[in-house]
Design a protein around this ligand. Structure first.
Ligand code: IPM
Ligand code: MG
Length: 355
């Protein structure tokens, strides 16, 4: 198979973790005989420094022409004082909206060998915690317009959803649930927000098309509590852009480290951008200690979801499991007193287990 992948490593630890994702892709192409043409492009603060633009036109064009996009992370203190519209985070939102990636999948599962890294008691996480956050990604308060008055003492951000936007993300959640434990929990704030009342009505209507899937609703405050009280009750969590952003960080901690969680951002035709859910971690950038597994697992999601390469995706995930079983841990998941593996050592350990 021959596929074009645009690589946008971005800022902070982005380039370090991306090197390890590229090692993984190389190992997969050697082992299974595929051709992956990688087009590396600047994005985020790094692109701003070079071109005065966090999302240069050439980067966006390359992404549009690719079969899939792999992204590291964007942002950092260096660019925090830029006006809102110029910030590196805007490049990420620009990619999501320009590429039409409305469906963000964030699977949170506990890897057996990492149970001791979770801050929750073993009986709370159980043996096989595995939930999937389905986050709407191109609407809601992120995209409703952001304003400040001339005096600078009043600001507003608009949260809006159309029924059509809710319908398409709800269908994705129900379809994914059918392949899992057939349970969707839709999360909103319908006791306060009109947007949430439309969200809930729409989800209830779409649910009638999927009678085999059980549907529950939770208010977001309760959901935040339930995630640490009894995370095993969840299968698929369906929610809007901002609640999904917040709850997916919370879910990541249940699994031990945000450095373990991959994500896929999809369009309905299967095109996708894949990225770790963590940020650019400027505090540890350049030290070679970041955990590359979230990015490596994002490669597995790309192989499976955009390219249909199931065996190859399984091989990457198996290599990650075996690496963790052999006790190799980066600093974020290392046990007390242990000398942690570097980013490159972790990436090489995984690649060696694919070959
Ligand atoms: C994420 C990140 C982004 C978001 C930021 C970097 C814009 O937190 O992907 O969760 O808020 O969506
Ligand atoms: Mg986030």
């Amino acid at each position: 198979m021959n596929r074009k992948i645009t690589i946008v490593a971005g800022d902070g630890i982005g380039p370090e973790i991306m090197d390890e994702a590229i090692k993984t892709l190389q190992a997969v192409s050697d082992r299974f005989g595929h051709q992956f043409q990688l087009d590396q492009r600047p994005v985020g603060g790094t692109a701003y420094d070079r071109f005065g633009d966090c999302l240069p036109e050439a980067t966006l064009e390359s992404c549009k022409n690719a079969d899939a996009v792999l992204l590291g992370a964007v942002g950092g203190p260096k660019w925090d004082s830029l006006p809102g519209t110029k910030r590196p985070e805007q490049a990420l939102l620009g990619l999501r909206s320009n590429l039409g990636l409305f469906c963000n999948l964030r699977p949170a599962k506990v890897w057996g060998p990492l149970k001791d890294a979770s801050p929750l008691r073993p009986e709370i996480i159980g043996d096989d915690l595995d939930l999937l956050v389905v986050r709407e990604l191109t609407g809601g308060i992120y995209f409703g317009g952001h304003r400040r008055n001339v005096e600078g003492n009043l600001a507003e951000d608009v949260m809006a959803y159309s029924a059509a936007e809710v319908e398409r993300i709800a269908r994705m959640a129900f379809e994914l649930a059918q392949k899992r434990r057939r349970h969707v929990t839709s999360i909103d704030k319908a006791n306060i927000l009109e947007v949430s009342r439309l969200w809930r009505e729409t989800v209830i209507r779409i649910a009638t098309e999927y009678p085999d899937v059980k549907l529950d609703h939770l208010y977001v405050d309760n959901a935040a509590m339930q995630l640490v009280r009894n995370p095993k009750q969840f299968d698929v969590i369906l929610t809007g852009n901002m609640f999904g952003d917040i709850l997916s960080d919370e879910a990541s901690q249940i699994t031990g480290s945000i450095g373990m969680l991959p994500s896929a951002s999809l369009r309905s035709d299967g095109f996708g951008m894949y990225e770790p859910i963590h940020g650019s971690a400027p505090d540890i950038a350049g030290k070679g200690i970041a955990n590359p597994l979230a990015t490596i697992l994002s490669v597995a999601m790309m192989l499976r979801m955009s390219f249909g390469l199931v065996q190859e995706a399984d091989a990457v995930e198996r290599a990650v499991a075996e690496t963790l079983e052999s006790g190799i841990r980066t600093a974020d998941i290392a046990r007390p007193g242990e000398i942690p593996a570097t980013t490159a050592e972790m990436g090489s350990a995984v690649a060696a287990r694919i070959a």
